[in-house]
Design a protein around this ligand. Structure first.
Ligand SMILES: Cc1cc2nc3c(=O)[nH]c(=O)nc-3n(C[C@H](O)[C@H](O)[C@H](O)COP(=O)(O)OP(=O)(O)OC[C@H]3O[C@@H](n4cnc5c(N)ncnc54)[C@H](O)[C@@H]3O)c2cc1C
Length: 449
C-alpha cells in the first residue's frame, strides 16, 4: 500500500492545475491519469483571458507564449438579414485584462507545459496509464483509490491511500459515480458535429469566430490559422439518421451557408471526418463527501455554448487549492477540517457554475431550440434580431458578451503562495506575434476535431 496526502484523479485542465498548485503549497500530491499522454481526439482548445492571467501569476507566461496558439479577438454572427459583432474581446483591455483575446491552443500543449512546471515541485507526482477503478473506504470515509496500471500486461492493480481524493476525471467521472453524489441533469436540445475545413492563406477568409444562422442551421467556425474548426449543431439524437445520407449533403449545406468556402468543403471526405459530441449539461447537488471532492467537469459538465468548460475547470482547481493547500501541507490534516474545506470549494464555485449554466440553458431555449426547430422562415426574419441591432448601434456593449465568456463570473486569482518569478504579462500583441511565429503546420498537428 502506497500513501500520498492528496490523490487527484484525472490529468485534464482541472487535475493538472490542482496538482501544480497543491505542490506549490508544499503538499505531497499524486495525479493519476488513465492515458499514457495528453494527446486526445476530443478536447477543448480555448484558453480564456482569465486563465491567461492565472498563467501570468504563476510565472508561466514565457512558457505559454512559446506554445503554438492562435488568438481569437472577435466573434461575428452572420444571419441572412445581415451580420453583427457579438463580442469584441479587445475591449477587455480597458477593463484591465492584459490578454484580451481567446488563445486557441491544442490542449495537450497546454497540459504538457503545466505538467512540466508541476514536475519541478518536489511534492508532485504524475502517474500515467493509471486508471482509477474503485475507492477505498474506512469508517464511512473515502481513504484512497484502487487503480489499474494500463501499461502493465494484465493491468496490475494498486492501492493508494490519501487524506483526500479529488475527482478531476471529467464528465464521465468514475469517482463521482462511485461516490454516489447526487446529480442534477438538465435537458439539452442539441448535439454537435466537429470537423475541420481548410482556411485559405489569402486575406479573403474571415478571421476570429464566425457564427452562422440560417434556415434551421447554426454553425460556428473558429479560425485556427491554416484551418477552421467547425461546430455544427444538430438536434439531439439526430446523428444516426443524418449519417444515413451521403456526406455530400453536409458539404452542400456548408457551401450554401458560406459560399466563399467554395471547393474547400471537399475537405470533408467521409462521415469519418465528422466527430459527434453528445452534449450533456449537469451539476452535482453536493460536490463533496467525507474524504472526496469533485471539481471541473466531474462536478458540472458544461454545454459547449461559449466554450467555457476549460476555464471553469481551471477556476475550480484554483479555488480548491486555495482552501485545501495550506491545510493539507500540515499533514496529517484533521479529516473534519479537510471535509469542511472541501465543502467550502462548492460554496465558492457554485454561483459562477450555476450562473454560467443558467445562461447556457437560456441560450439553448431561446436560440438553439428556436433555430434548430425552425420549419419555416421566422416572421420578421428579414431583420436582425433586436439584441444584435443594439450591439451594432452601440459597439461599446460588445464588451458585455466578451466579459461573460472571456472572464466570467467571480474569476479566481492565484493564491500568493503559488505565485512564482517575474510575472511577465507579455507584450500586448503577444497573440499576433505568437501566431505569426508558428512553424508552418504546427496547428495542423492537432488531432482536435
Ligand atoms: C469535443 C469537445 C470539444 C470541447 N471544446 C471546448 C472548448 O472549445 N472550450 C472549452 O472551454 N471547453 C471545451 N470542451 C469542454 C472541455 O474540454 C472540458 O470542460 C474540460 O476539459 C474539463 O476539464 P476537466 O479537467 O474537468 O476534465 P477533462 O478535460 O475531461 O479531463 C479528465 C481527465 O481525466 C482522465 N480520466 C478519466 N477517467 C479516469 C480514471 N478513471 N482514472 C484516471 N484518469 C481518468 C481523462 O483521461 C482526462 O485526462 C470540449 C469538450 C469536448 C468533448
Amino acid at each position: 500500500m502506497e500513501r500520498t496526502t492528496c490523490v487527484v484523479v484525472g490529468g485534464g485542465p482541472a487535475g493538472i492545475v490542482l496538482g501544480l498548485l497543491l505542490a506549490r503549497a508544499g503538499v505531497t500530491v499524486t495525479v493519476l491519469e488513465k492515458h499514457a499522454d495528453f494527446l486526445r481526439d476530443f478536447r477543448g482548445d480555448t484558453v480564456h483571458p482569465s486563465t491567461m492571467t492565472l498563467i501570468d501569476e504563476l510565472g508561466l507566461w514565457p512558457r505559454f507564449a512559446r506554445l503554438p496558439w492562435k488568438p481569437i479577438e472577435t466573434t461575428q454572427v452572420v444571419l441572412d438579414a445581415g451580420s453583427a459583432t457579438l463580442g469584441d474581446l479587445r475591449r477587455l483591455r480597458r477593463l484591465g485584462q492584459p490578454h484580451p483575446f481567446v488563445a486557441m491552443v491544442p490542449q495537450w500543449h497546454l497540459l504538457d507545459m503545466l505538467a512540466g512546471a508541476a514536475e519541478e515541485e518536489p511534492g508532485f507526482t504524475l502517474v500515467r496509464d493509471a486508471e482509477v477503478v474503485d475507492l477505498r473506504r474506512a469508517g464511512g470515509r473515502v481513504t484512497g483509490v484502487r487503480w489499474r496500471d494500463r501499461s502493465s500486461a494484465g493491468g496490475a492493480e494498486h492501492e493508494l491511500a490519501a487524506d483526500l481524493v479529488v475527482a478531476c476525471d471529467g464528465r464521465g467521472s468514475r469517482v463521482r459515480e462511485l461516490s454516489g453524489l447526487p446529480v442534477h441533469d438538465f435537458p439539452v436540445p442539441m448535439d454537435v458535429w466537429w470537423f475541420r475545413l481548410p482556411r485559405g492563406d489569402g486575406t479573403g477568409d474571415p478571421a476570429g469566430g464566425i457564427g452562422r444562422v440560417s434556415d434551421g442551421r447554426l454553425v460556428v467556425m473558429l479560425d485556427r490559422g491554416d484551418h477552421y474548426q467547425v461546430a455544427y449543431l444538430i438536434p439531439r439524437g439526430a446523428d444516426a439518421a443524418y449519417r444515413r445520407q451521403p456526406v455530400q449533403v453536409l458539404r452542400d449545406d456548408m457551401r450554401r451557408l458560406h459560399p466563399w468556402l467554395g471547393d474547400r468543403v471537399d475537405g470533408l471526405r467521409s462521415w469519418d471526418d465528422v466527430k459527434l459530441l453528445a452534449v450533456t449539461l449537469d451539476r452535482l447537488r453536493r460536490w463533496s463527501a467525507p474524504g472526496v471532492l469533485c471539481v471541473g467537469d466531474a462536478a458540472h459538465a458544461m454545454s459547449p455554448i461559449g466554450g467555457v468548460g476549460i476555464n471553469l475547470a481551471v477556476q475550480d482547481a484554483v479555488a480548491a487549492a486555495r482552501y485545501l493547500g495550506p491545510l493539507l501541507a500540515c499533514a496529517p490534516a484533521d479529516p473534519a477540517a479537510v471535509d469542511r474545506a472541501a465543502a467550502r470549494v462548492q460554496r465558492r464555485r457554485w454561483l459562477p457554475t450555476a450562473a454560467t449554466q443558467a445562461a447556457q440553458r437560456v441560450a439553448h431555449r431561446v436560440v438553439v431550440r428556436a433555430v434548430l426547430g425552425a420549419t419555416a422562415p421566422t416572421p420578421g426574419g428579414d431583420r436582425l434580431p433586436a439584441p444584435l441591432r443594439l450591439l451594432r448601434r452601440v459597439p461599446a456593449l460588445q464588451v458585455v458578451p466578451a466579459y461573460l465568456v472571456g472572464v466570467g463570473v467571480l474569476p479566481e486569482r492565484a493564491p500568493m503562495w503559488a505565485r512564482r518569478g517575474a510575472q511577465e504579462t507579455g507584450p500586448q500583441d503577444a497573440g499576433a506575434k505568437n501566431s505569426s511565429a508558428l512553424p508552418s503546420g504546427s496547428v495542423k498537428d492537432s488531432a482536435q476535431p
